[in-house]
Write a protein that binds this ligand. Structure first.
Ligand code: 13P
Length: 251
């Protein structure tokens, strides 16, 4: 059964490695002045670590929540350059993205590491946004669902399926990230339905976001699909106008 009506929508902005104090201040002002929230939609901003304090301050008392882009799989201690989940929680982060395809590709993060990060996030009370997605070659070879199923299964084996009661999943086809190419409604819906089925009893209640070149012009069509519960935005989250327009499309 598809409990679409009971799943809240979520629009999360992944700023990636973008921003500076001045631009962020203008962007945050534009967002908080124009988005006052909606009952069925949560909006989240995930800035680079160094800007967490700036964003936390700017969104205090607003309808926006705070997230981070990654987290260490280790406990606080001797781990130079890393940021622990407890530290993110200290800044009132509620969400953290784990397993983004850029980190899998550029930092060589493995499925096993992603599973540890997911676990570390939940241990600290954060909600992981687990990114799954196939490359273009995998899709062309007919391996999209197999790839996504495997990425998901490694996390499920580590944390158990019940852990997904406090997690969000994001389907981000690698070929659609930052390329302007968007999965067709059929492609997106097929994968979202598949992920929901893989989650068994928790499938109907788990929020599953789509990410990959979501813009104000295509958001409504994506949100109209029964198994898409929101979006993980890259480029569009760097424009207040676009971010707010997509939040409004979700409402
Ligand atoms: P774009 O929206 O820029 O394609 O990025 C998507 C993404 O990677 C969000 O995490």
């Amino acid at each position: 059964m598809n409990e679409r009506h009971t799943r809240q929508r979520l629009v999360a902005g992944n700023w990636k490695m973008n921003g500076n104090l001045g631009d962020n201040a203008r962007l945050l002002e534009g967002i908080t002045a124009n988005w006052s929230g909606a009952e069925q939609v949560k909006a989240v901003i995930c800035p680079p670590f160094v800007y967490l304090p700036q964003v936390a301050k700017a969104i205090a008392g607003s309808a926006i929540e705070l997230g981070a882009q990654t987290v260490s799989e280790y406990k606080p201690g001797a781990c130079t350059g890393e940021v622990a989940a407890e530290m993110l929680a200290d800044w009132q982060c509620r969400y953290v993205i784990v397993g983004h395809s850029e980190r899998r590709r550029l930092q060589g993060e493995t499925d096993a590491q992603v599973a540890e990060k997911f676990h570390a996030a939940q241990e600290a009370g954060l909600i992981p946004i687990l990114c799954l997605g196939e490359s273009e070659q995998e899709r062309d070879a007919g391996l999209a669902l197999k790839t996504i199923g495997h990425q998901l299964s490694v996390v499920v084996e580590r944390v158990g399926i019940d852990a997904f009661a406090k997690a969000v999943v994001a389907y981000e086809p690698v070929w659609a990230v930052g390329t302007g190419k968007v999965a067709s409604p059929e492609q997106a819906e097929e994968v979202h339905r598949f992920i929901r089925a893989e989650l068994g009893e928790l499938g109907p209640s788990t929020q599953i976001l789509y990410g990959g070149s979501v813009k104000p012009g295509n958001a409504k069509q994506l949100f109209a699909l029964p198994d898409i519960d929101g979006a993980l935005l890259g480029g569009a989250s760097l424009s207040a106008e676009d971010f707010v327009a997509i939040c409004e499309a979700a409402a």
